[in-house]
Each structure stands twice: as structure tokens, then as C-alpha cells.
Design a protein. Structure first.
Length: 218
């Protein structure tokens, strides 16, 4: 054959030197690496997207600072202290933190976790309590209604979350809150219901205090 003809030359090893056979494995490997790289990029983006959605629903992280267990502690405190719920400190949050150290099972990380109220880091709450300090509005995630007795109207709210979160820390629709009642049950109040809820709470509290004063005068 002529030297200028397009032919495949066989080398000493018997392999194809200038044809397509030798190049094919390298091309396949390149395509595999490229596909793997794109798969990694897509997988990473999906993870970031999923985390973003999760973080949007749980802005303070998933938690179970159970208001029902907090209510149990409040009522147990009242049973020890003549029916009165924790009160008398500089702020309602400080009064609520009286539970720590007075209700036997409410000590340590368990009590600190309940008092933080889903939005405050537990370590910050535990540090104050370990130093014998009461909690502040910044270190307690609950809005606590001070001055109640366990024999007041059971539909009076004892506390609710300062930020609208559900039982496991998920974000509720704007303006909604999870509310714990004196009876020990809880429920969600929507933004539309909230103004009427607050008005009704003031009425119930005033009525209960009036009945308490009347009973005391007898």
C-alpha cells in the first residue's frame, strides 16, 4: 500500500496506534468523570434547596420544648405554694424561671430546655440558671401571664410562644401563636383571632380576680 493511504499501523504490542480503538477508553472515562461531576453538582444543589426549605419552616431548628410539660410544672408549683403560679420577680420571664430549682424534676438540662421556649439557645439559658440567675425577656421564649392561681378560669392562657411556632418549632402563619391554658390544654390562635383572643383574656382575668377578691372578703 502507498505511504499516504489512511491505514491503521500495528505496533509491536499488536495494538492500534493511530486509529480510534486506543482513544475510545479514554473518551469513555472522560465522559464518566464529567457525568459524575454534574451529578455531584445537582445533588449538592438539591441538598441546599432541601435545607433552605427546612430552615424556612424551622428558623430556630426543630425542637420539642413542650408547653404541656411546662404547664404540668406550673400546676405542680401551684400545688406546693398555696395555689399560686410563679410570680413576684422583676419580669414575668424571671418569675417563670422560679420553676427551676423548686419543682424537683424541673432541674438540669430538661428544665432549661423547657424554659428556653424553642427560640433561645439552651446553653445560654443553662448558663444563667447554673449561676443562680433568673431568666430575662431575651433568654426566655415564652410570654408568661403572671399573677394567676390554679383555681382561676381554666380558659385563661398561662403562656404562649413569643414567635409563632408549632409544637415542634415549625413556623406558623404570620401572627398565629400556640397558647397554653390553665386547664393544661393548648391550642393555636390565628392572626385574625388574636385581637379578640387578647380582649377575651383580659375579661377572663379580671373576672377571676374579682371573684377571688370577693371570696377573700367573706
Amino acid at each position: 500500500m502507498e505511504d499516504g493511504a489512511a491505514v491503521e499501523r500495528i505496533g509491536e504490542s499488536g495494538g492500534c496506534v493511530n486509529g480510534t480503538t486506543a482513544a475510545r477508553p479514554a473518551l469513555v472515562k472522560k465522559r464518566i468523570r464529567r457525568a459524575a461531576a454534574w451529578t455531584g453538582v445537582v445533588f449538592g444543589l438539591l441538598i441546599l434547596l432541601a435545607y433552605g426549605v427546612w430552615r424556612q419552616h424551622f428558623p430556630y431548628g426543630n425542637s420539642h420544648c413542650c408547653d404541656l410539660q411546662l404547664g404540668t410544672a406550673v400546676r405542680e408549683y401551684a400545688s406546693i405554694y398555696g395555689g399560686y403560679l410563679p410570680a413576684g420577680e422583676k419580669t414575668p420571664e424571671a418569675s417563670l424561671s422560679i420553676l427551676y430549682g423548686t419543682v424537683p424534676w424541673f432541674n438540669g438540662p430538661y428544665g432549661a430546655n423547657l424554659l428556653r421556649g424553642k427560640i433561645v439557645p439552651e446553653a445560654a439559658v443553662q448558663a444563667r440558671l447554673d449561676q443562680g440567675q433568673r431568666l430575662t425577656p431575651e433568654t426566655c421564649g415564652w410570654h408568661y401571664v403572671e399573677g394567676l392561681r390554679d383555681d382561676d378560669d381554666g380558659q385563661i392562657a398561662v403562656c404562649w410562644d413569643k414567635v409563632g411556632l408549632d409544637h415542634f418549632g415549625g413556623l406558623l402563619p404570620d401572627g398565629s401563636h400556640t397558647v397554653l391554658y390553665l386547664f393544661g390544654n393548648h391550642g393555636t390562635i390565628t392572626a385574625e383571632e388574636w385581637p379578640n383572643f387578647l380582649d377575651e383574656q383580659q375579661r377572663l382575668i379580671a373576672k377571676s380576680k374579682a371573684a377571688r377578691t370577693k371570696a377573700h372578703k367573706r
